[in-house]
Design a protein around this ligand. Structure first.
Ligand code: BG6
Length: 277
């Protein structure tokens, strides 16, 4: 049990001392610490730990819908749902979700979702697996909405997206091509990069370190920083916290959806590791 919120959480530890914390509510990773004890993820100081609200930060699981790509409310309901712990070991945990009656009214497609989280030597791996347990095909979009902590937004960048097309989610929704070698931040950024390379990096130049994101089964990657105005408008996010975080989210979004036939499964994962600059 988490002492501050009273919510159930699972603490993972690798033999080398890498740790992670996973809240059962939302199968939500809220902490990933290196073997030297350094936190890699960002969680807002104003995060609200009151289900069904999703925790602001860490890695919310967006499923069965990313953003507004479908009939559900923003980012689907997995992040607002209580999961069940179905398997657990010192280094890994598997959490499962099947939609309840209320959710099936909004999304009439029975499924079983599992989220597996595993730590290794300065590694965090997270795998989503969804099975269509109904009798009709359905479509899904999804994301691992990862909030990375950075020392300063003006010293942070995302690498690996040069030449990749993206859709803007702000006023300008045109399809554009990323020209820069890096994505840097000097205003709100909310973009869906389409069919990206499988390896991307969040580089913290001030700290001299990059987090390497390797993804499989997620064609797209969302890059998000709310900047000043949006930060001010979010009740569970500090006005200045946009300086300390960058979201890089492996996703099935603009290139999606995935169609899941009855009985079929879909699986996608991300592996996070560290690289010294
Ligand atoms: C991002 C979206 O993935 O999530 C943004 O691209 C959105 O548009 C952000 O603002 C946060 O969403 P939420 O629902 O957690 O406030």
């Amino acid at each position: 049990t988490d002492q501050n919120s009273g919510l159930r959480k699972v603490v993972l530890k690798s033999p080398e001392g890498t740790t992670a914390e996973v809240f059962v509510h939302g199968a939500h990773v809220t902490s990933w610490k290196t073997t030297t004890g350094e936190e890699v993820l960002f969680v807002s100081k104003q995060a609200v730990y009151k289900p069904p609200k999703a925790i602001r930060g860490g890695i919310p699981v967006c499923f069965p819908q990313f953003g507004g790509f479908g009939p559900l409310s923003q980012h689907g309901f997995a992040r607002n749902s209580e999961f069940a712990v179905t398997d657990s070991a010192p280094e890994s945990v598997t959490l499962s979700l099947t939609p309840n009656e209320e959710q099936l009214k909004l999304f009439p497609h029975p499924f079983a979702l599992t989220v597996q989280v595993q730590v290794g030597n300065d590694i965090l791996e997270q795998t989503l697996t969804a099975t269509n347990t109904g009798s009709e095909a359905f479509e899904l979009t999804a994301a691992l909405h990862t909030y990375f902590g950075i020392s300063s937004i003006d010293k942070a960048r995302v690498d690996g997206l040069q030449g990749v097309d993206y859709l803007g989610s702000l006023a300008d929704k045109r399809r554009l091509t990323e020209n820069g070698a890096y994505v840097r931040f000097s205003g709100e950024v909310d973009r869906i990069y389409l069919a990206t390379p499988s390896r991307l990096e969040v580089v913290d130049e001030a700290r001299g370190r990059a987090v390497v994101v390797e993804k499989e089964g997620f064609p797209d990657a969302v890059v998000w920083n709310p900047w000043v105005e949006k930060a001010a408008g979010m009740g569970d996010f500090g006005d200045d916290e946009y300086k300390e975080m960058v979201c890089l989210e492996p996703a099935v979004a603009g290139s999606g959806p995935v169609t899941l036939q009855p009985g079929a499964s879909w699986s996608a994962k991300q592996k996070l590791s560290l690289r010294e600059l």
